[in-house]
Design a protein around this ligand. Structure first.
Ligand code: CTP
Length: 404
């Protein structure tokens, strides 16, 4: 999550009756941490599962539960609360509440403010698998989708009742990601983005190998930002300890050759390629298939290296290449090496930074290199920078890469 990425957003978080209410405490914390203001409104049933006191403490605002709340001077809570909101998020959304929404009922504060709203409505269903599968629920959900209501989830897996199936609520982090994604400008709507990220690992023998200090954070942040911008995203990742960004298809590889093969297989289906991986330039020729042991006479092993394929250059050389973006981490003379590397790899855009210093850090400072010149971007955390870079890439896309 980028610092304050939801700053200025005001959400009405509507809670209805369900055991998943306990997860909304964590969701509220995530939303508040991202800078959103959160007005919690609970149905009577929701207050049976978690108290308004808990939700007030986490949101920092008094919770509303009744249409007849005397704190609202004009006694029109259903109008006042919905007018201030950038979106209403119903989480958890119970079977009963989905039915009410689908039929436009307005028999409590939360249902009434949904009917009276002018802003988007997002629902996060949470229920037993049979309740979810019930034809009436499915009809109601289809109706809500047809009415322009966004449905987030549900997930599949073990349920509070002990059964297993579809209907459980998305985890709070996934709901957060979906909300953040909902608000992001859709500058890559309809585009398909292929990325590489992280280091590669080149084996010496079954237990040893050569790798580098790339954390993968910048590539994963770009994959997340591209997904949020509306793109279909395929991330080919070297060995990293990072969670897959929400909504992104991830393919794990170890070696440069595997990364090359995965990219070349996928690339015909993509119209943007962003090479963020720190690919090992060389690999050990004929890595041993057994652990290399020390010898009694202390003889040191020696290795011959062979060059790995240059993935970015190979993609840029294709007869109909996608829009290619390279990265370069340099330890000095970025101005010279950045432009030289962009021209050598024959890509329209290369993003350069002063390398090893940024590995593993959460922020970065980069320079854009293109044929027409250079542009320096201010230091920012990697997720905020990723959104800026995705916007910069979107501005440069040729019309010919539009998907038919
Ligand atoms: N790259 C790649 N495949 C490689 C090497 C690099 O796709 N085998 C991509 C990287 O993902 C990055 C760009 O090329 O987008 C530049 O990577 P870098 O390692 O800086 O370039 P090299 O060509 O390896 O140059 P250097 O001699 O500076 O290491």
């Amino acid at each position: 999550m980028a610092t304050a990425e939801l700053a200025g957003k005001h959400l009405v978080l509507g809670m209805t009756g369900g055991i998943a209410c306990y997860k909304i405490a964590e969701l509220t914390r995530l939303l508040v941490k991202a800078g959103a203001t959160v007005q919690v409104v609970m149905t009577e049933a929701a207050t049976q599962f978690i108290t308004p006191v808990t939700m007030q403490a986490l949101s920092g605002r008094p919770v509303y539960t009744s249409q007849w709340d005397a704190r609202v001077p004009n006694n029109m809570a259903h109008i006042d609360l919905s007018r201030e909101a950038d979106a209403i998020v119903i989480a958890p959304a119970s079977t009963d509440f989905l039915a009410k929404l689908a039929h436009g009922m307005a028999d409590d504060l939360l249902a009434t403010l949904c009917v009276a709203r002018e802003c988007p409505l997002l629902v996060v269903p949470a229920m037993n698998r049979q309740m979810w599968a019930n034809p009436a629920t499915q009809r109601n959900v289809a109706q809500l989708r047809a009415d322009g209501v966004e449905t987030l989830g549900p997930d599949s897996g073990p349920q509070a009742c002990g059964e297993v199936g579809d209907g459980r609520m998305l985890e709070p982090e996934a709901v957060y990601e979906a909300i953040a994604s909902f608000f992001a400008p859709k500058v890559l709507a309809g585009r398909r983005v292929l990325l590489t990220a992280g280091p590669t690992f080149e084996p010496i023998d079954p237990v040893r190998g050569i790798t580098n200090r790339s954390s993968g954070k910048m590539g994963f942040a770009l994959a997340r930002a591209a997904q949020q911008a509306g793109a279909d995203v395929h991330l080919v990742a070297g060995p990293v300890a990072l969670d897959t960004p929400w909504g992104v298809f991830r393919e794990d590889v170890q070696t440069a050759q595997q990364m090359h093969d995965a990219v070349m297989r996928a690339v015909p289906d993509y119209d943007i390629f962003i090479a963020v991986a720190a690919v090992a330039d060389w690999r050990v020729d004929h890595a041993s298939d057994h652990k290399i042991k020390k010898t009694a006479d202390h003889r040191l092993p020696s290795f011959t290296f062979v060059e790995n394929p240059d993935i970015l250059a190979a993609v840029a050389r294709l007869p109909h290449p996608p829009f290619c973006v390279g990265f370069a981490a340099e330890s000095g003379d970025l101005d010279v090496h950045g432009e030289e590397k962009r021209a050598r790899k024959n890509v329209p855009l290369l993003i350069g930074n002063l390398g090893p210093l940024t590995f593993g850090r959460d922020d970065n400072e980069v320079v854009l290199f293109e044929a027409s010149g250079q542009k320096k971007l201010p230091r920012a955390d990697k997720q905020a920078l990723a959104s800026t870079l995705i916007a910069e890439i979107a501005k440069r896309l040729p019309d010919t890469s539009l998907i038919s």
